[in-house]
Design a protein around this ligand. Structure first.
Ligand SMILES: NC(=O)c1ccc[n+]([C@@H]2O[C@H](COP(=O)([O-])OP(=O)(O)OC[C@H]3O[C@@H](n4cnc5c(N)ncnc54)[C@H](O)[C@@H]3O)[C@@H](O)[C@H]2O)c1
Length: 256
C-alpha cells in the first residue's frame, strides 16, 4: 500500500523540476496523477515514462493563469477519476528584475502565473474537494516569501508573488478547515531544477557553491526530490492535523 493509494492528485508545472519529481513520487506512492503544464510535448514524454514504470498518470495542458484552462482540466479530471483529493500548485516562473528594472509587463506576467495561478487553482478545485468531504492543497512559495536578500534572485515581482502565496495559503487554511480541506505552503530555498539550468547553472554542486555561507547543510543547494518529499508529506494523510503551515526546505538558510 502506497502513501497515496486511491488519491487523485492534480500537479501543476509537472513537465520539469519539482513538479515532475512530485508527479513521479506521487505515482510511485499509488496516486492517480493528473500531471499538467503549459508545455505539452515534454509533459507527455515524462508521463509516458511514469506509466511505463507502472504508475497511473495522465498529461493535460494547463496554463495556470487562465480560468478556462483550469475549467478544462478540472472537468477532465472529474470525468476520468470522479474526484480530486490533492492539488499541488507548483507552477511558477522567475524574472530577475528588481523594482527599478522591472516593467509593468514583467510584473504582471510573474504575478499572473505565480499568484493568480494559485488562486485560480484553489477556486477551481475547492468546490470538488468540498463535495468529496476532504482535500489537501499544497502551494509552492519560496523562502523569498519570508526573507529578503539573494533568496529572490533579484526578482521583485517574484518575491511579491510568493508573499501572496504564503498569505493566501493561510487565508484558505482558515476558511476551508470546516470542510476538512488542508492548505499548506512549501518554501524551497536554492534547489537545482530546470528553472536554475535556464539561468546557466550546470549542477546541484555548482549551484551550492553560491550558497555556501547561507545554507549550512551540504551541498548547500537541494534537488527536486527534496521538495517532492515535502509535497508528499503534506498531500498524504500523515499530515492530517497539519494546516496553514509553511514548510521550509532550504538546507537551514532561514535559520541563519
Ligand atoms: N528552483 C528553485 O531554486 C526554487 C526556489 C524557490 C521556489 N521555487 C518554486 O518552485 C516551483 C517549481 O519551480 P522549478 O524550480 O521546479 O522550476 P521549473 O522551471 O523546472 O518548472 C516549472 C514548470 O512550470 C511550468 N509553467 C510555467 N508557466 C506555466 C503556466 N503559465 N502554467 C502552467 N505551467 C507553467 C513550466 O513549463 C515548468 O515545467 C516554482 O513555483 C518556483 O517558483 C523554485
Amino acid at each position: 500500500m502506497g502513501r497515496l493509494t486511491g488519491k487523485v492528485a492534480i500537479i501543476t508545472g509537472a513537465a520539469s523540476g519539482m513538479g515532475l519529481a512530485g508527479a513521479q513520487l506521487f505515482a510511485k506512492e499509488g496516486a492517480k496523477v493528473v500531471a499538467t503544464d503549459v508545455v505539452e510535448g515534454a509533459l507527455q514524454e515524462r508521463v509516458n515514462e511514469i506509466v511505463a514504470n507502472g504508475g497511473e498518470a495522465i498529461a493535460l495542458k494547463l496554463d495556470v493563469s487562465s480560468p478556462e484552462s483550469w475549467k478544462a482540466v478540472v472537468d477532465a479530471t472529474i470525468s476520468k477519476y470522479g474526484k480530486i483529493d490533492i492539488l499541488v500548485n507548483n507552477a511558477g516562473i522567475h524574472i530577475a528584475k528588481g523594482i527599478l528594472e522591472a516593467e509593468l509587463d514583467d510584473w504582471e506576467k510573474v504575478m499572473s502565473i505565480n499568484s493568480t495561478g494559485v488562486w485560480l487553482g484553489m477556486k477551481s478545485v475547492i468546490p470538488h474537494m468540498q463535495k468529496n468531504g476532504q482535500g489537501s492543497i499544497v502551494n509552492t512559495a519560496s523562502i523569498a516569501a519570508i526573507i529578503g536578500g539573494i533568496s529572490d534572485g533579484h526578482g521583485a515581482a517574484y518575491s511579491a508573488s510568493k508573499g501572496a502565496v504564503r498569505a493566501l495559503t493561510k487565508h484558505a487554511a482558515q476558511w476551508f478547515a470546516k470542510d476538512q480541506i488542508r492548505v499548506n505552503s512549501v518554501h524551497p530555498g536554492a534547489i537545482f531544477t530546470g528553472m536554475v539550468e535556464k539561468a546557466g547553472i550546470k549542477s546541484q554542486v555548482e549551484m551550492g557553491t553560491h550558497y555556501k555561507n547561507l545554507a549550512p547543510l551540504s551541498p548547500h543547494a537541494g534537488e527536486s526530490m527534496d521538495i517532492a518529499n515535502a509535497y508528499l508529506y503534506l498531500a498524504s494523510d500523515e499530515s492530517k492535523f497539519v494546516t496553514g503551515i509553511e514548510l521550509t526546505v532550504d538546507g537551514g538558510w532561514i535559520s541563519n
